[in-house]
Ligand binder design. Structure first.
Ligand SMILES: Cc1cc2nc3c(=O)[nH]c(=O)nc-3n(C[C@H](O)[C@H](O)[C@H](O)COP(=O)(O)OP(=O)(O)OC[C@H]3O[C@@H](n4cnc5c(N)ncnc54)[C@H](O)[C@@H]3O)c2cc1C
Length: 487
């Protein structure tokens, strides 16, 4: 009988970590505080609840870094990707899921596994000392009691920034005589039709009136401890983007490119607001990129000035939330363990990755690492050329140089090709120089094909390590060469 791995937090990372460990034959106990204690963003008792968007972003493994991460996870037998694929809803080139079906599936598969126990309750301090192999995957909204204990242990200042929730609208309250269905550039993507988004057009005057309303609207007050917290650049609230200049939103989430108004193809919209399907039934749509800290009454007033949303009914309004993460390059080792207390391993957003997929991917790694440790096996790190390797390198080596007063520039980050070792690619096989878009596409292909080849080879190596015949051969080789046996 093996002692279990204790996993604190049954979110995206904790659920994936548990799955990977039990697949390796090691029992786990998942400690999840919901529904006894909840967070500001979670609403259910389900494992792997998606707190905001229902999108896992782009699913193109050849040209897109997060699509590549999806594919690597699928090849590694990921529970999160299996449930996402089983519950996908149409979303153009993106992988979006029915959030309830997705979470219910993850909960069911884990609850049914004989090596998984689920213990509902908050862990209010450092885990008991007899828990020798722990994964902390408590996410951006780690409960205050545990955060305090961790900060006391690491000696680090609290590092935090804001994420914001985008509003969700009832589909039947959208005026489709004004709005139209179309994916940008008509891209069908996996499982889509090319008509997966609802588009609301704005004229120049309507756009500028909307920007003025955003700027004038009353915002949620910051608490004192939140005031000096930096925003994550990839997830800025719309009013903060509007503050940066009146045209900023038109070049961001409200860009009109790749869209033609089907009601009047001659009338080019000056700006567009897109809404993406949020549930399998197709009854709810979320406003893409519309995270906001406007007060609820202001949101209702301002968003109903958008053409097509005059009578919009909101299933959920936007909000703002704090994100807790460790200064990982300083406090974690390459096994994602706390240097000062190695029995504690971390996974998910708390390690300084950003996003559902990235959180789950670090869970995948942490689960495998913890299982290998329990089984007394060496863990071979994934190659840095793979998306998983690039993420781990970001966590343990990312951005440690000081660029501001806080002593470290480490910030949570989505997967992107900038985290990979560069590829050199200047010419085509026939010797001709690559230029412009052709060069960009070739570079992305070079990153993704190299990553998939190296990750697949790594998976083979990991599987080979577990092969008893190979272990036996290694043991014989070792006895011959060093006069001793491996464990
Ligand atoms: C408001 C908000 C919106 C976000 N929107 C998006 C988005 O749209 N797209 C995206 O890709 N990413 C988004 N993120 C970022 C991030 O990807 C998600 O938060 C993701 O769920 C992180 O995965 P995780 O496993 O690290 O944490 P979570 O999925 O949050 O899981 C952590 C779990 O730990 C539990 N827990 C916490 N403390 C304790 C404790 N002391 N004891 C026991 N259990 C505990 C929680 O209840 C939770 O179930 C958002 C984050 C926030 C806060």
């Amino acid at each position: 009988m093996l002692e279990p791995i204790h996993i604190i937090g049954g979110g995206l990372a904790g659920s994936e970590a548990a799955w990977q460990a039990v697949k390796g034959g090691v029992p786990v106990v998942i400690h999840e505080m919901r529904p006894i204690v909840s967070t500001d963003a979670h609403k259910t008792a389900g494992l792997a609840e998606l707190v905001c968007s229902n999108s896992f972003r782009g699913d193109d493994a050849a040209l897109n870094a997060v699509g590549l991460l999806h594919e690597e996870m699928r090849r590694a037998g990921s529970l999160i990707m299996a449930a996402a694929d089983a519950h996908k809803v149409p979303a153009g080139a993106a992988l979006a899921v029915d959030r309830e079906g997705f979470s219910a599936d993850v909960t069911k598969r884990l609850s049914a596994h004989p090596l998984v126990s689920i213990d509902r309750g908050e862990i209010t301090g450092l885990p008991p000392s007899q828990w020798d192999n722990v994964i902390i995957a408590t996410g951006p909204l780690t409960s205050p009691a545990l955060s305090k204990a961790l900060h006391r242990l690491t000696g680090e200042d609290d590092l935090a920034f804001f994420d914001a929730i985008a509003p969700i609208v009832h589909r039947d309250s959208i005026d489709m005589s004004v709005a139209w269905l179309q994916s940008r550039y008509d891209k069908p993507g996996p499982g889509g039709t090319g008509k997966d988004y609802i588009n609301c057009p704005l004229s120049k005057d309507e756009y500028h009136a909307f920007i003025a309303a955003l700027l004038a609207g009353e915002k949620t007050d910051f608490k004192d401890w939140e005031k000096s917290t930096p925003y994550f650049e990839g997830c800025l609230p719309i009013e903060i983007m509007a503050e940066r200049g009146p045209e900023t939103l038109r070049h961001g989430p409200m860009k009109p490119r790749g869209l033609t108004n089907s009601h009047n193809s001659h009338k080019k919209p000056y700006a567009v607001i897109q809404l993406r399907q949020d549930n399998r039934l197709g009854t709810l749509y979320n406003m893409v990129g519309f995270q906001t800290k406007l007060k609820y009454a202001e949101q209702l007033r301002t968003f109903r000035t958008i053409p097509g949303l005059g009578n919009a009914e909101f299933a959920r309004l936007g909000g703002l939330h704090r994100n807790t993460f460790l200064n990982a390059p300083r406090v974690l080792d390459e096994g994602l363990r706390l240097k000062c207390e190695p029995r504690l391993r971390f996974a998910g957003q708390i390690t300084g990755v950003e996003g559902y997929v990235e959180s789950a991917a670090t869970g995948l790694m942490a689960g495998r690492m913890a299982a290998a440790e329990r089984l007394g096996e060496a863990f071979v790190m994934p190659p840095p050329t793979s998306a998983h390797g690039a993420l781990i390198n970001h966590i343990i080596g990312g951005h440690i140089e000081t660029t501001d007063q806080r002593g470290s520039s480490f910030q949570p980050m989505n997967i992107n090709f900038g985290l990979f070792p560069p590829v050199s690619l200047e010419r085509q096989p026939d010797g001709e120089r690559l230029r412009g878009k052709q060069r960009q596409t070739a570079r992305k292909h070079a990153y993704t094909s190299r990553a998939l080849a190296s990750f697949t080879a790594w998976l083979g190596e990991c599987a080979g390590q577990k092969d008893p015949r190979r272990a036996m051969r290694q043991s014989v080789i070792c006895r011959r060469h060093c006069g001793t046996s491996t464990k």
